[in-house]
Design a protein around this ligand. Structure first.
Ligand code: PD2
Ligand code: ZN
Length: 293
């Protein structure tokens, strides 16, 4: 590293605090490094800064230090489809699921033909009589509340509640290489004209007092699969504002994204754009790091 670089990209107290905060929150070294590069840090300087700050931090505090370095270094297992040889289709349970879009960071994959038309219709028909105004997690207590940012109706199925639900859950587990037991029950959401889900993260905010209660059931969320059950006439796309991506909702298709840590550095901010005409039905499967009991 040259002196010129050091002079232009110094380790400020703010950067030092930010690196320590990321590592303490369990953000992997890779994600921290990528975030620094994304905002213009020279990769060599970024790597050096991380190493310097974390080493010094470990020397400065006692006891639990090794936990921090372990968390920062560990490459955490995540749900992930088998995309190593860039397949056009992935066979799951005899079904040819197509791969329509792949993004590395944030990890986003769009699938086609994940559900049959009959499965989409069966899920809507079974959910329809049970729909209630959607609740979001009340982060102060870990309970639930009606939220103006989410103007949809929804319901949850228990895992394996119906044969169509069980078949889909086993397909998702195989597609994303993630245990069925780590999945929350399938959520069905319905949006009428004008309804939307404002941009948010699906992980639970570690700084909120209700989060430890929520994490008792299977730990953090690490991945989301939003499945489209019908074709809205206009609007209703799933947006990823950090990367300017909008996924069009088409029946049987799905968008998957994963997040290695509960942190905006994952760039997994996403929302459901307002339905302009028609209506929108989706099924969401959230994946936890451990068994969801
Ligand atoms: O309806 C969607 O596209 C959407 C957008 C953001 C769904 C969710 N989040 C979700 O179910 O978490
Ligand atoms: Zn979401």
């Amino acid at each position: 590293m040259s002196n010129a670089m050091t002079a232009t990209q110094a380790i400020t107290p703010e950067l030092r605090a930010w690196i320590v905060e990321q590592a303490s929150a369990g953000v992997s070294a890779e994600v921290v490094f990528k975030s620094m590069c994304d905002v213009g840090w020279n990769p060599d300087v970024a790597e050096n800064a991380m190493e310097t700050v974390l080493t010094e931090h470990l020397q400065n505090i006692n006891g639990a230090n090794t936990i921090i370095s372990d968390t920062a270094d560990a490459a955490k297992a995540l749900p992930e489809p088998a995309l190593a040889d860039s397949p056009g289709t992935i066979m799951v349970g005899g079904r040819a699921v197509t791969v329509l879009l792949v993004v590395k960071h944030p990890r986003v994959v769009v699938f086609g033909n994940l559900l049959s038309d009959d499965e989409c219709d069966a899920l809507i028909a079974a959910a329809e009589p049970k729909m209630k105004r959607s609740l979001t997690v009340e982060t102060k207590t870990g309970g639930e509340e009606v939220n103006a940012d989410r103007t949809s109706d929804g319901m949850f199925f228990q895992r394996k509640e119906l044969s169509v639900v069980a078949a889909l859950e086993s397909r998702i587990a195989e597609l994303l290489n993630w245990p069925e037991e780590n999945g929350e029950g399938l959520q069905i959401l319905h949006y009428g004209p004008g309804a939307e889900y404002k941009p948010h993260y699906d992980y639970f905010d570690p700084s909120q007092p209700g989060t430890p209660t929520i994490l008792k059931r299977g730990g953090q969320r690490v991945g989301t699969l939003v499945m489209y059950l019908n074709n809205p006439e206009a609007g209703g796309g799933t947006t990823f504002p950090d990367i300017g991506l909008e996924v069009a909702p088409r029946r049987g298709n799905a968008v998957f994204f994963s997040y290695a840590a509960p942190n905006p550095a994952t760039k997994t901010l996403h929302g459901g754009a307002p339905v302009v005409r028609g209506e929108k039905w989706i099924a969401t499967k959230w994946l936890r790091e451990g068994e969801f009991k």
